[in-house]
Design a protein around this ligand. Sequence first.
Ligand SMILES: [Zn+2]
Length: 60
Amino acid sequence: MAHGAHHSPLLTPRPDLELARECEMCLGWGTVVTRDGDHELCRTCQPLPEDDEAVARPDA
Ligand SMILES: [Zn+2]
């Protein structure tokens, strides 16, 4: 139970799988795993917002 700054485990980015389909970077997942083990949107195929942390929408 010594987990430090773990952000939101449930906050997985939602990629557009249509865009990711032919992407060699993420192999169709639309997300890539960072060195920290977090998932983030694939920068190759997914349109990223300008601000990384500005994407805070309530999940409808
Ligand atoms: Zn991709």
